[in-house]
Design a protein around this ligand. Structure first.
Ligand SMILES: *[C@@H]1O[C@H](CO)[C@@H](O)[C@H](O)[C@H]1NC(C)=O
Ligand SMILES: *[C@@H]1O[C@H](CO)[C@@H](O)[C@H](O)[C@H]1NC(C)=O
Ligand SMILES: *[C@@H]1O[C@H](CO)[C@@H](O)[C@H](O)[C@H]1NC(C)=O
Ligand SMILES: *[C@@H]1O[C@H](CO)[C@@H](O)[C@H](O)[C@H]1NC(C)=O
Ligand SMILES: *[C@@H]1O[C@H](CO)[C@@H](O)[C@H](O)[C@H]1NC(C)=O
Ligand SMILES: *[C@@H]1O[C@H](CO)[C@@H](O)[C@H](O)[C@H]1NC(C)=O
Ligand SMILES: *[C@@H]1O[C@H](CO)[C@@H](O)[C@H](O)[C@H]1NC(C)=O
Ligand SMILES: *[C@@H]1O[C@H](CO)[C@@H](O)[C@H](O)[C@H]1NC(C)=O
Ligand SMILES: *[C@@H]1O[C@H](CO)[C@@H](O)[C@H](O)[C@H]1NC(C)=O
Length: 737
């Protein structure tokens, strides 16, 4: 602080000078903030922190301000939604102008009520939209860019002609509705106030536009169908100094047209609160359309941080000598710094809460007290495991109706570190797991956030993790040997879960840390995949994820991944293969034998000698044992752990082999040598590498790239710990990091 204060004094003096000379105020250039979304990807924290209200969501890299599921027509009718940036903007500000006459010619500061002068910020909002309707129906109702007074979202009954802005009640008193919106209307209302079904309008507190501009003459049709598809870009320029709004519109990809489609005087300070939110609303009615926002950038002027300080600043400048100013300045900036820090903490918490409460179908939020009670104040004796992010505790939640027999057992994963990375990891895991629904995936029940403590609540898996049953070390020594039947079923379950995330689920998810300690067993010994802490969601058009380092656990990491740092479905299949070998042989992936370090090497040797069945776990009795199935699993394990990704089966083939509808795979007598770069099979294209390196250039994706770098900075190649350590219990936390 001491070293910084001289600069602050200078700044303060300049500030004083400005304040003293404000009898003739030139309009200061206000600093400009900008926001940019080149697309809207689900996993991106800057996207998931947007406020989704009503029926809004994200899909296909776009904001779907009303739903976009085309399967259910009823689902598309009578909807309204809104998406807002998560924090308010100071759009105007009163200057204390007591005694002064308002400047005659305005220029940003014009006379207001009671001799008060008002400064209004300028902003530019540029976005692209796609309003698609089925070519067999009529489109409806419309989309707006909104300056909203609150984060409440669309009021009840705001579907149809109300565009997610108002409802029948609110329309009666437009002056009470403190919003301004630019509407893109695709439906002509029966009231007769719409010129047509394809116009832009300026809505001030009501959907009955203050001004409208038909688009037909301009060769623009907002709503387009399969026969005439089009995306449009809209430029909304608001000049706060001149109190004017101008709306330009043109085909996406073309330059901004020379003249606006709509221009109008507009004094935002008369119609919206000082602090307001920016975003979009849309609605559908009996007829419907998809209201998509494809990209968005916003530049907006901001007021310098504190206006109240001015009064005493003048006093200080006049009365107190320079030394005193230095002290005052120090105190002033210290206070500001503390305030800034506090507000940063608060913003982070708010961002997290917004993110979590806005995840579609987000499970329940738990009160911290409730979880503390459930885990007996996080009693060590209830600890199920420990890892890089924190601890996992067993807990018992009381039933809502208090019946003692209806309690729920849960596993509570507590993240102990409170830094940005941890919050991002948390959000990432919640978002991924929350959207996966499959009987072979551990279900997430809820979450809790309190004072930097992040907690995830999972269904409790009474039979622990697979490694405890397979390797029976330490406290798990007493566990009975897993029967052959359950081993086969467990492999089939894991395969089904993995097939789901690889092939059945919308955006592909790579687990990246398949291993025995991440396979959990429920009461009936059905296996479920847990710990998506390292998982990655990939868009449909991508099939690999490039890491600068390598994530995962030694022994399960495919050779091409440790060389090329590229996670693919095949790298998950490799880990799955190793897991299958562990299940059948009852041995660790790493044998701890320098001459033969890898389990797969050892099994391959047995195979080469024609003694494959010699690899089967000796502690398995003959009870229920099936030599044919054992051979099938061992060959499958070898095929999956083939060093060359192109030769590994896909999860679909794996399922067929496991269901015995396909023969066991052909496996060469000797372990093939690893070929680099691989031929065929895995897709190694430059796109993925580009995506990482260019991320920092494209504003919106820089967050994603920062995350990738962070992960690897601390991750890198995991230390050579023994996999499946007993500590790595469910939901296994550290994943070897
Ligand atoms: C949509 O609302 C209108 C009236 O606002 C009603 O007539 C219609 O039945 C509703 N449609 C659906 C599918 O709910
Ligand atoms: C300032 O006001 C004058 C006179 O009203 C006007 O001509 C000029 O365009 C204004 N400047 C800005 C930046 O609004
Ligand atoms: C908005 O765009 C106009 C024209 O491109 C530009 O003159 C103005 O400075 C921009 N304002 C802001 C706040 O970005
Ligand atoms: C699709 O849109 C085009 C252009 O607006 C229109 O000419 C055509 O009739 C529409 N098709 C149907 C089936 O409505
Ligand atoms: C309109 O919204 C308000 C809340 O903003 C609500 O109190 C009122 O009941 C709604 N009216 C209708 C007709 O849904
Ligand atoms: C549009 O808004 C302005 C400013 O509030 C008002 O003076 C004018 O009467 C409105 N015009 C219409 C047609 O609503
Ligand atoms: C729109 O304009 C383009 C070129 O200016 C022209 O080729 C096209 O036919 C026009 N479309 C309509 C529907 O007028
Ligand atoms: C609607 O558009 C689709 C293409 O998106 C086309 O296959 C279909 O034939 C069209 N239907 C009609 C009735 O025009
Ligand atoms: C509209 O934008 C989407 C998403 O960027 C793109 O997939 C689609 O091809 C575009 N359609 C047209 C007609 O340009």
């Amino acid at each position: 602080m001491a070293s910084a204060s001289p600069r602050h004094v200078v700044f303060l003096l300049v500030f004083c000078a400005v304040a003293v000379c404000r009898a003739q105020p030139p309009r200061q250039r206000l600093p400009v903030e900008s926001y940019s979304y080149v697309s809207f990807q689900r996993g991106d924290p800057s996207v998931s922190s947007l406020l989704f209200r009503g029926d809004a969501g994200i899909n296909n890299g776009a904001l779907q301000v009303t739903p976009d599921s085309r399967n259910l027509n009823n689902f598309l009718s009578n909807k309204s939604g809104s998406v807002l940036l998560p924090h308010p903007f100071a759009l105007w500000r009163r200057l204390d102008g007591a005694g002064e006459r308002p400047a005659a010619s305005g220029n940003g500061t014009t006379g207001g009520d009671q001799g008060q002068r008002v400064t209004v910020v300028s902003f530019n909002s540029t976005f692209s939209m796609n309003v698609f309707y089925d070519n067999e129906s009529r489109p409806g109702e419309g989309l707006t860019f909104v300056v909203a007074p609150s984060t409440d979202g669309p009021p009840p009954g705001s579907h149809g002609g109300f565009l997610g802005l108002t409802n029948a009640t609110m329309e009666a008193s437009p002056a009470m509705n403190r919003f301004v919106a630019v509407e893109f209307d695709t439906f002509r209302q029966p009231g007769g106030y719409d010129p047509d079904d394809n116009h832009v309008g300026l809505d001030i507190g009501t959907v009955v536009s203050n001004k409208t501009a038909p688009l037909a003459g301009l060769n623009i049709t907002i709503a387009t169908n399969g026969t005439a598809p089009a995306n449009y870009t809209v430029w909304i320029e608001y000049n706060g100094a001149a109190r004017r709004i101008a709306v330009y519109m043109g085909i996406r990809g073309k330059p901004k047209p020379a003249s606006p489609v709509l221009a109008s005087p507009l004094d935002l300070s008369k119609h919206v609160p000082e602090q307001a939110y920016l975003g979009f609303t849309a609605s559908t009615g009996v007829s419907f359309e998809l209201n998509c926002i494809l990209d968005w950038s916003l530049t907006i002027e901001t007021f310098p941080a504190d206006k109240k300080s001015k009064g005493w600043v003048v006093l200080v400048a006049v009365v107190v000598p320079v030394a005193a100013i230095a002290v005052a300045a120090a105190a002033f900036f210290l206070a500001r710094m503390l305030r800034a820090r506090r507000s940063m903490d608060r913003r982070r918490q708010e961002r997290l809460e917004h993110t979590l409460t806005n995840l579609p179908g987000m499970p329940k939020e738990f009160a911290y007290e409730k979880l503390r009670k459930a885990t007996k104040n996080f009693d060590d004796r209830l600890r199920l495991g420990r890892g890089g992010y924190g601890m996992v505790y067993k807990g018992v939640l009381p039933a809502d109706d208090g019946r003692p027999e209806a309690t729920t057992e849960v596993a509570v994963k507590m993240f102990t570190r409170d830094d940005a990375k941890c919050v991002d990891d948390f959000v990432k895991e919640v978002d991924i797991i929350n959207r996966l629904r499959h009987r072979n995936i551990v279900p997430l029940i809820g979450w809790c956030y309190k004072k930097g403590q992040l907690l995830l609540v999972y269904e409790y898996m009474p039979n622990g993790s697979l490694d405890q049953h397979l390797f029976r070390r330490g406290v798990h020594e007493q566990r009975p040997v897993l029967s052959w039947e359950s081993r086969y079923a467990i492999v089939a379950d894991v395969a089904a879960g993995l097939h789901y995330v690889h092939h059945e689920y919308g955006p592909m998810v790579l687990h990246r840390d398949i291993k025995a300690s991440n396979v959990l067993l429920d009461a009936s010994f059905r296996a479920r995949l847990g710990d998506f802490g390292l998982a990655r969601v990939l868009d449909l058009d991508r099939n690999s994820f490039t890491d600068l380092g390598v994530a995962g656990t030694r022994g399960y990491i495919a050779p091409e991944y440790s060389v090329g740092h590229k996670a693919t479905r095949q790298t998950d299949v490799f880990a799955f293969g190793v897991l299958v070998l562990e299940v059948v042989t009852g041995r660790y992936a790493l044998l701890g034998d320098p001459a033969c370090p890898l389990l797969s090497d050892w099994v391959w040797r047995m195979h080469g000698r024609g003694a494959l069945l010699g690899a089967v776990d000796q502690s398995l009795g003959t009870d229920g044992f099936d030599a044919g199935d054992a051979t099938r699993l061992l060959l499958l394990g070898l095929a999956c752990s083939n060093p060359n990704p192109g030769d590994r089966p896909t999860m679909l083939e794996v399922l067929q082999i496991l269901s015995r509808s396909a023969p066991p795979p052909e496996v060469p007598q000797f372990k093939p040598s690893f070929v680099w770069p691989p031929e065929g099979g895995a897709h190694y294209d430059l796109i993925d590498i580009d995506a990482i390196t260019s991320g920092s250039l494209a504003g919106a994706s820089s967050a994603a790239s920062a995350r990738a770098t962070q992960d690897t900075a601390s991750g890198g190649f995991p230390p050579p710990t023994a996999p499946n350590s007993a500590d790595d219990y469910f939901p296994a936390l550290s994943s070897g990091r």
